[in-house]
Design a protein around this ligand. Sequence first.
Ligand code: PEP
Ligand code: MN
Length: 353
Amino acid sequence: MNDLQPILLPDLDLSRPLVIAGPCSAETEEQVLATAHSLARHGVQIFRAGVWKPRTKPGGFEGVGVEGLAWLQRVKQETGMYTATEVATRAHVEAALAAGIDLLWIGARTAANPFAMQEVADALKGHDVPVLVKNPVSPDLELWIGALERIYNAGIRRLGAIHRGFTWVDKSIYRNHPYWSIPIELQRRIPNLPIFSDPSHIGGKRELIAPLSQQAMDLGFDGLIIEAHCKPDEAWSDKAQQVMPDTLAFILSNIIIRDMNTTTDNLNELRHEIDKLDDELLTLLARRMQVADEIGRYKKAHNMSVLQSQRYEEILARRARQAVELGMDREFMRSVMQAIHEESIRHQQKVIG
Ligand code: PEP
Ligand code: MN
Protein backbone atom coordinates (compact mmCIF):
# COMPACT_ATOMS: atom_id res chain seq x y z
CA MET A 1 0.00 0.00 0.00
CA ASN A 2 2.80 2.41 -0.92
CA ASP A 3 0.63 4.75 -2.96
CA LEU A 4 -1.89 5.73 -0.29
CA GLN A 5 -2.88 9.40 -0.30
CA PRO A 6 -2.22 10.76 3.16
CA ILE A 7 -4.55 13.75 2.72
CA LEU A 8 -8.07 12.44 3.23
CA LEU A 9 -9.96 15.61 2.26
CA PRO A 10 -8.96 18.90 0.64
CA ASP A 11 -8.40 22.07 2.66
CA LEU A 12 -8.21 20.38 6.05
CA ASP A 13 -6.17 21.92 8.81
CA LEU A 14 -3.88 18.95 9.39
CA SER A 15 -2.38 19.87 12.74
CA ARG A 16 -2.78 16.95 15.08
CA PRO A 17 -5.22 15.79 16.20
CA LEU A 18 -7.51 15.85 13.20
CA VAL A 19 -10.93 15.52 14.82
CA ILE A 20 -14.06 13.79 13.57
CA ALA A 21 -16.94 14.41 15.98
CA GLY A 22 -20.67 14.03 16.17
CA PRO A 23 -23.36 11.86 17.67
CA CYS A 24 -23.28 8.09 17.74
CA SER A 25 -26.58 8.14 15.83
CA ALA A 26 -28.47 10.68 13.82
CA GLU A 27 -31.75 10.72 15.77
CA THR A 28 -33.71 13.75 14.62
CA GLU A 29 -32.99 16.64 12.28
CA GLU A 30 -32.97 19.02 15.27
CA GLN A 31 -30.50 16.92 17.25
CA VAL A 32 -28.17 16.58 14.27
CA LEU A 33 -28.19 20.27 13.43
CA ALA A 34 -27.92 21.54 17.00
CA THR A 35 -24.94 19.26 17.65
CA ALA A 36 -23.32 20.13 14.32
CA HIS A 37 -23.58 23.89 14.79
CA SER A 38 -21.94 23.72 18.22
CA LEU A 39 -19.16 21.49 16.95
CA ALA A 40 -18.52 23.77 13.96
CA ARG A 41 -18.23 26.74 16.32
CA HIS A 42 -15.52 24.81 18.15
CA GLY A 43 -13.58 24.25 14.94
CA VAL A 44 -14.44 20.60 14.26
CA GLN A 45 -13.86 19.93 10.57
CA ILE A 46 -15.54 16.57 10.01
CA PHE A 47 -18.98 15.70 11.37
CA ARG A 48 -19.92 12.10 12.09
CA ALA A 49 -23.34 10.54 12.63
CA GLY A 50 -24.49 6.96 12.20
CA VAL A 51 -27.64 6.63 10.13
CA TRP A 52 -27.47 2.81 10.02
CA LYS A 53 -26.63 1.34 13.42
CA PRO A 54 -25.35 -2.22 13.83
CA ARG A 55 -26.82 -3.41 17.13
CA THR A 56 -25.68 -6.41 19.09
CA LYS A 57 -29.28 -7.49 19.62
CA PRO A 58 -32.42 -6.79 17.60
CA GLY A 59 -34.88 -4.29 19.02
CA GLY A 60 -32.40 -1.50 19.76
CA PHE A 61 -32.46 1.73 17.79
CA GLU A 62 -31.21 0.69 14.36
CA GLY A 63 -30.82 4.14 12.89
CA VAL A 64 -33.08 6.43 10.90
CA GLY A 65 -31.74 5.21 7.55
CA VAL A 66 -31.58 7.24 4.32
CA GLU A 67 -33.72 10.01 5.80
CA GLY A 68 -30.72 10.96 7.96
CA LEU A 69 -28.53 11.53 4.89
CA ALA A 70 -30.55 14.64 4.05
CA TRP A 71 -29.83 15.97 7.55
CA LEU A 72 -26.11 15.47 6.94
CA GLN A 73 -26.46 17.39 3.69
CA ARG A 74 -27.96 20.26 5.67
CA VAL A 75 -25.04 20.09 8.11
CA LYS A 76 -22.62 20.49 5.23
CA GLN A 77 -24.56 23.38 3.67
CA GLU A 78 -25.06 25.27 6.90
CA THR A 79 -21.73 24.71 8.66
CA GLY A 80 -19.25 23.86 5.91
CA MET A 81 -18.10 20.79 7.83
CA TYR A 82 -17.38 17.59 5.94
CA THR A 83 -19.77 14.74 6.71
CA ALA A 84 -19.11 11.10 7.58
CA THR A 85 -21.25 8.04 8.20
CA GLU A 86 -20.93 4.28 8.67
CA VAL A 87 -21.64 1.91 5.80
CA ALA A 88 -22.03 -1.86 6.00
CA THR A 89 -23.76 -2.97 2.79
CA ARG A 90 -23.79 -2.17 -0.93
CA ALA A 91 -27.09 -0.30 -0.47
CA HIS A 92 -25.53 1.87 2.27
CA VAL A 93 -22.54 2.74 0.08
CA GLU A 94 -24.73 3.64 -2.88
CA ALA A 95 -27.10 5.78 -0.82
CA ALA A 96 -24.26 7.57 1.02
CA LEU A 97 -22.38 8.32 -2.19
CA ALA A 98 -25.54 9.50 -3.93
CA ALA A 99 -26.12 11.89 -1.02
CA GLY A 100 -22.58 13.26 -1.33
CA ILE A 101 -21.36 12.11 2.08
CA ASP A 102 -17.68 13.08 2.18
CA LEU A 103 -16.15 10.23 4.15
CA LEU A 104 -17.30 6.69 4.90
CA TRP A 105 -16.27 4.45 7.75
CA ILE A 106 -16.73 0.75 8.22
CA GLY A 107 -17.74 -0.45 11.68
CA ALA A 108 -16.05 -3.02 13.88
CA ARG A 109 -18.67 -5.71 13.32
CA THR A 110 -18.51 -5.32 9.56
CA ALA A 111 -14.69 -5.30 9.54
CA ALA A 112 -14.82 -8.70 11.25
CA ASN A 113 -16.72 -10.24 8.32
CA PRO A 114 -14.81 -10.80 5.05
CA PHE A 115 -18.02 -11.35 3.04
CA ALA A 116 -19.47 -8.04 4.22
CA MET A 117 -16.12 -6.29 3.65
CA GLN A 118 -15.97 -7.62 0.11
CA GLU A 119 -19.51 -6.45 -0.60
CA VAL A 120 -18.66 -2.95 0.60
CA ALA A 121 -15.38 -2.99 -1.35
CA ASP A 122 -17.17 -4.05 -4.56
CA ALA A 123 -19.70 -1.25 -4.11
CA LEU A 124 -16.82 1.25 -3.76
CA LYS A 125 -15.15 0.25 -7.05
CA GLY A 126 -14.81 3.21 -9.39
CA HIS A 127 -15.48 5.78 -6.65
CA ASP A 128 -12.94 8.12 -5.13
CA VAL A 129 -14.01 8.67 -1.54
CA PRO A 130 -12.03 8.50 1.69
CA VAL A 131 -12.74 5.35 3.71
CA LEU A 132 -11.77 4.57 7.30
CA VAL A 133 -11.82 0.96 8.49
CA LYS A 134 -12.38 0.31 12.18
CA ASN A 135 -10.56 -2.56 13.82
CA PRO A 136 -12.61 -5.78 13.90
CA VAL A 137 -14.14 -6.62 17.28
CA SER A 138 -11.61 -9.38 17.90
CA PRO A 139 -7.94 -8.53 18.53
CA ASP A 140 -6.85 -9.89 15.17
CA LEU A 141 -4.41 -7.66 13.30
CA GLU A 142 -4.42 -9.80 10.15
CA LEU A 143 -8.21 -9.57 9.90
CA TRP A 144 -7.94 -5.76 10.22
CA ILE A 145 -5.24 -5.58 7.54
CA GLY A 146 -7.28 -7.94 5.34
CA ALA A 147 -10.28 -5.61 5.62
CA LEU A 148 -8.07 -2.63 4.67
CA GLU A 149 -6.63 -4.57 1.73
CA ARG A 150 -10.09 -5.33 0.35
CA ILE A 151 -10.87 -1.59 0.26
CA TYR A 152 -7.44 -0.81 -1.18
CA ASN A 153 -7.91 -3.46 -3.88
CA ALA A 154 -11.19 -1.78 -4.85
CA GLY A 155 -9.09 1.24 -5.86
CA ILE A 156 -9.54 3.41 -2.77
CA ARG A 157 -6.34 5.36 -2.05
CA ARG A 158 -7.65 7.78 0.56
CA LEU A 159 -7.67 5.04 3.16
CA GLY A 160 -7.30 5.18 6.93
CA ALA A 161 -7.85 3.12 10.06
CA ILE A 162 -9.79 3.67 13.27
CA HIS A 163 -8.70 2.00 16.49
CA ARG A 164 -11.82 1.45 18.64
CA GLY A 165 -10.63 -1.28 20.98
CA PHE A 166 -11.37 -4.99 21.20
CA THR A 167 -13.78 -7.35 22.88
CA TRP A 168 -12.05 -8.69 25.96
CA VAL A 169 -12.79 -11.66 28.18
CA ASP A 170 -11.14 -10.44 31.38
CA LYS A 171 -12.71 -7.72 33.49
CA SER A 172 -11.52 -4.31 32.38
CA ILE A 173 -12.29 -0.66 32.94
CA TYR A 174 -12.78 -0.29 29.20
CA ARG A 175 -15.81 -1.13 27.11
CA ASN A 176 -13.40 -2.33 24.45
CA HIS A 177 -9.83 -3.01 25.51
CA PRO A 178 -7.35 -0.75 23.69
CA TYR A 179 -4.64 -3.41 23.34
CA TRP A 180 -2.33 -0.65 22.07
CA SER A 181 0.25 -3.05 20.66
CA ILE A 182 -2.15 -3.93 17.81
CA PRO A 183 -2.58 -0.40 16.38
CA ILE A 184 1.14 0.21 16.99
CA GLU A 185 1.98 -2.87 14.96
CA LEU A 186 -0.47 -1.70 12.27
CA GLN A 187 1.43 1.60 12.07
CA ARG A 188 4.68 -0.32 11.73
CA ARG A 189 3.28 -2.56 8.98
CA ILE A 190 1.60 0.24 6.98
CA PRO A 191 3.48 3.41 7.99
CA ASN A 192 1.70 5.75 5.56
CA LEU A 193 -1.81 4.76 6.71
CA PRO A 194 -3.52 7.58 8.65
CA ILE A 195 -4.79 6.23 11.96
CA PHE A 196 -7.50 7.62 14.22
CA SER A 197 -8.36 6.60 17.73
CA ASP A 198 -11.94 6.28 18.95
CA PRO A 199 -11.73 6.90 22.70
CA SER A 200 -15.54 6.92 22.96
CA HIS A 201 -15.93 3.28 21.96
CA ILE A 202 -12.73 2.17 23.70
CA GLY A 203 -13.66 3.76 27.02
CA GLY A 204 -17.43 3.43 26.90
CA LYS A 205 -17.68 6.26 29.41
CA ARG A 206 -17.15 10.00 29.24
CA GLU A 207 -14.43 10.10 31.90
CA LEU A 208 -12.09 7.99 29.82
CA ILE A 209 -12.19 10.14 26.68
CA ALA A 210 -9.54 12.62 27.83
CA PRO A 211 -6.90 10.15 29.05
CA LEU A 212 -7.40 7.84 26.05
CA SER A 213 -7.13 10.77 23.62
CA GLN A 214 -3.87 11.84 25.26
CA GLN A 215 -2.52 8.31 25.05
CA ALA A 216 -3.38 8.09 21.36
CA MET A 217 -1.60 11.38 20.67
CA ASP A 218 1.45 10.27 22.65
CA LEU A 219 1.57 7.17 20.46
CA GLY A 220 1.59 9.28 17.30
CA PHE A 221 -1.97 8.74 16.06
CA ASP A 222 -3.07 11.23 13.40
CA GLY A 223 -6.56 11.92 14.64
CA LEU A 224 -9.48 11.22 16.93
CA ILE A 225 -13.09 10.27 16.29
CA ILE A 226 -15.20 11.24 19.28
CA GLU A 227 -18.91 10.97 19.94
CA ALA A 228 -20.55 14.28 20.82
CA HIS A 229 -24.25 14.96 21.32
CA CYS A 230 -26.18 18.12 22.20
CA LYS A 231 -28.00 16.19 24.97
CA PRO A 232 -25.87 13.14 25.76
CA ASP A 233 -28.08 11.88 28.57
CA GLU A 234 -31.00 11.60 26.18
CA ALA A 235 -29.06 9.87 23.40
CA TRP A 236 -30.76 6.91 21.73
CA SER A 237 -27.50 4.92 21.59
CA ASP A 238 -24.16 4.94 23.47
CA LYS A 239 -25.44 7.43 26.06
CA ALA A 240 -22.69 6.97 28.65
CA GLN A 241 -19.85 7.75 26.28
CA GLN A 242 -21.13 10.87 24.52
CA VAL A 243 -20.12 14.39 25.56
CA MET A 244 -21.54 17.85 24.95
CA PRO A 245 -19.73 19.81 22.22
CA ASP A 246 -18.45 22.24 24.89
CA THR A 247 -16.99 19.37 26.87
CA LEU A 248 -15.35 18.01 23.75
CA ALA A 249 -13.75 21.39 23.09
CA PHE A 250 -12.47 21.47 26.66
CA ILE A 251 -10.99 17.97 26.35
CA LEU A 252 -9.32 18.87 23.06
CA SER A 253 -7.88 22.09 24.44
CA ASN A 254 -6.16 20.13 27.21
CA ILE A 255 -4.45 17.58 25.00
CA ILE A 256 -0.71 18.01 24.94
CA ILE A 257 0.84 17.32 21.57
CA ARG A 258 4.36 16.13 22.07
CA ASP A 259 6.86 16.27 19.27
CA MET A 260 7.30 12.76 17.88
CA ASN A 261 10.66 13.37 16.20
CA THR A 262 13.01 15.42 18.32
CA THR A 263 14.91 13.34 20.81
CA THR A 264 17.21 14.74 23.40
CA ASP A 265 20.44 13.09 24.54
CA ASN A 266 18.72 12.29 27.76
CA LEU A 267 15.96 10.42 25.96
CA ASN A 268 18.49 8.51 23.88
CA GLU A 269 20.26 7.46 27.03
CA LEU A 270 17.02 6.20 28.56
CA ARG A 271 16.19 4.32 25.37
CA HIS A 272 19.60 2.74 25.44
CA GLU A 273 18.88 1.65 29.00
CA ILE A 274 15.58 0.11 27.88
CA ASP A 275 17.33 -1.75 25.06
CA LYS A 276 19.86 -3.16 27.51
CA LEU A 277 17.10 -4.29 29.86
CA ASP A 278 15.23 -5.91 26.96
CA ASP A 279 18.40 -7.83 26.07
CA GLU A 280 18.59 -9.09 29.62
CA LEU A 281 14.91 -10.03 29.62
CA LEU A 282 15.33 -12.08 26.45
CA THR A 283 18.42 -13.83 27.78
CA LEU A 284 16.55 -14.73 30.96
CA LEU A 285 13.53 -15.95 29.03
CA ALA A 286 15.72 -18.16 26.85
CA ARG A 287 17.28 -19.64 30.00
CA ARG A 288 13.83 -20.25 31.45
CA MET A 289 12.85 -22.13 28.28
CA GLN A 290 15.96 -24.31 28.57
CA VAL A 291 14.84 -25.28 32.08
CA ALA A 292 11.36 -25.99 30.69
CA ASP A 293 12.97 -28.36 28.15
CA GLU A 294 14.75 -30.08 31.02
CA ILE A 295 11.44 -30.48 32.86
CA GLY A 296 9.93 -31.85 29.65
CA ARG A 297 12.60 -34.55 29.49
CA TYR A 298 11.96 -35.41 33.15
CA LYS A 299 8.19 -35.63 32.63
CA LYS A 300 8.70 -37.82 29.59
CA ALA A 301 10.98 -40.19 31.52
CA HIS A 302 8.43 -40.43 34.34
CA ASN A 303 5.36 -40.55 32.12
CA MET A 304 3.88 -37.33 33.57
CA SER A 305 1.47 -34.95 31.79
CA VAL A 306 2.80 -31.64 30.45
CA LEU A 307 0.17 -29.39 31.97
CA GLN A 308 0.00 -29.46 35.75
CA SER A 309 -2.76 -26.97 36.29
CA GLN A 310 -2.41 -26.57 40.05
CA ARG A 311 1.22 -25.56 39.73
CA TYR A 312 0.25 -23.15 36.94
CA GLU A 313 -2.44 -21.47 39.07
CA GLU A 314 0.08 -21.08 41.91
CA ILE A 315 2.59 -19.39 39.63
CA LEU A 316 0.00 -16.99 38.24
CA ALA A 317 -1.38 -16.00 41.63
CA ARG A 318 2.02 -15.60 43.30
CA ARG A 319 3.52 -13.48 40.54
CA ALA A 320 0.40 -11.32 40.17
CA ARG A 321 0.57 -10.55 43.89
CA GLN A 322 4.28 -9.83 43.71
CA ALA A 323 3.76 -7.55 40.71
CA VAL A 324 1.33 -5.37 42.65
CA GLU A 325 3.91 -5.02 45.43
CA LEU A 326 6.39 -3.87 42.81
CA GLY A 327 4.04 -1.23 41.42
CA MET A 328 2.81 -3.14 38.39
CA ASP A 329 -0.68 -4.09 37.35
CA ARG A 330 -1.82 -7.57 38.34
CA GLU A 331 -3.64 -8.19 35.03
CA PHE A 332 -0.51 -7.15 33.19
CA MET A 333 1.56 -9.69 35.12
CA ARG A 334 -1.02 -12.42 34.63
CA SER A 335 -0.87 -11.85 30.86
CA VAL A 336 2.94 -11.92 30.92
CA MET A 337 3.01 -15.14 32.94
CA GLN A 338 0.34 -16.71 30.73
CA ALA A 339 2.35 -15.94 27.62
CA ILE A 340 5.56 -17.30 29.15
CA HIS A 341 3.76 -20.41 30.35
CA GLU A 342 2.29 -21.06 26.90
CA GLU A 343 5.74 -20.91 25.35
CA SER A 344 7.11 -23.24 28.06
CA ILE A 345 4.35 -25.74 27.34
CA ARG A 346 5.16 -25.56 23.64
CA HIS A 347 8.81 -26.34 24.47
CA GLN A 348 7.89 -29.25 26.68
CA GLN A 349 5.52 -30.68 24.09
CA LYS A 350 8.31 -30.53 21.53
CA VAL A 351 10.62 -32.41 23.87
CA ILE A 352 7.97 -35.04 24.64
CA GLY A 353 7.16 -35.24 20.94
C1 PEP B 1 -20.10 3.84 16.07
O1 PEP B 1 -19.12 4.43 15.61
O2 PEP B 1 -21.09 4.40 16.54
C2 PEP B 1 -20.06 2.36 16.13
C3 PEP B 1 -21.13 1.59 15.98
O3 PEP B 1 -18.83 1.93 16.39
P1 PEP B 1 -18.14 0.46 16.35
O4 PEP B 1 -18.31 -0.06 14.97
O5 PEP B 1 -16.72 0.82 16.67
O6 PEP B 1 -18.79 -0.36 17.42
MN1 MN C 1 -21.51 4.63 18.99
